[in-house]
Design a protein around this ligand. Structure first.
Ligand code: 2BA
Length: 109
């Protein structure tokens, strides 16, 4: 068995949940926050047998879009006054960041 951890944008989380339910794949959704943008995203924990991994990865890929987001760079208070006017910078987020981990044991009591 493997544990798939998939971080997706909030906008894609319903689509992914629906697709997983439709494929009879069990998952847990966590509300998380990206360390860089400090904006909400959604992390799915998906425990699956090895023969389902490719199916789950395909569902995640299909459900997650790449999007451009803007973030305000931090203001540097040591800079002269005229240099403190910062402009938003464009950051490309997603589709999905996925980790596949081995699972030593699985219990469902
Ligand atoms: P955030 O940390 O909020 O990052 C959002 C996007 O900002 C990233 O998109 C990436 O394009 C950009 N970014 C992140 N760190 C950066 C940096 N130091 N300099 C320049 N740009 C940077 P994604 O790569 O698609 O990541 C989306 C979210 O997935 C991340 O949100 C974070 O929550 C998670 N994530 C990505 N890589 C991860 C990792 N290695 N470990 C744990 N979580 C990760």
């Amino acid at each position: 068995m493997k544990l798939i951890i998939a971080i997706v944008q909030d906008k894609d989380s319903s689509k992914l949940s629906n697709a997983l339910v439709e494929a009879d794949i069990r998952a847990t959704k966590l509300s998380t926050t990206g360390g860089f943008l400090r904006a909400g995203n959604t992390t799915f924990l998906i425990g699956v047998e090895e023969d389902k991994i490719e199916t789950v990865l395909a569902i995640i890929k299909e459900s997650s879009q790449k999007r451009e987001q803007y973030m305000a760079p931090p203001i540097n208070l040591d800079s002269p006054m005229e240099a403190t006017h910062t402009y938003p910078i464009e950051v490309q987020v997603g589709g999905a960041t996925v980790f596949v981990l081995p699972v030593d044991s699985f219990y469902h009591f």
